[in-house]
Write a protein that binds this ligand. Structure first.
Ligand SMILES: [Zn+2]
Length: 75
């Protein structure tokens, strides 16, 4: 028997500027991206894995009016 899992109620993020509550995007200001390659017999490179190390602040925006909503997301 599986235990029923709790669905936590979370307050929805609503853009105070345009009331959008569906479309958002995130900007990572300082990140290092590692792409691992495997070299084939013929010398061509094949990307096998990608890793992103976030170093800087991550900002959250409304995709409709571009208002920054980072504070609303973190509360
Ligand atoms: Zn908005």
């Amino acid at each position: 028997m599986k235990k029923p899992f709790k669905i936590l109620y979370r307050e929805k993020i609503v853009c105070p500027n345009c009331q959008n509550s569906e479309d958002f995007y995130e900007v990572i200001e300082n990140a290092t991206i590692f792409i691992y390659y495997l070299q084939n017999e013929d010398g061509s490179l094949e990307a096998i894995e990608e890793e992103i190390e976030v170093l800087g602040p991550v900002k959250f925006f409304c995709a409709n009016c571009n208002t920054e909503l980072t504070q609303m997301r973190n509360k």
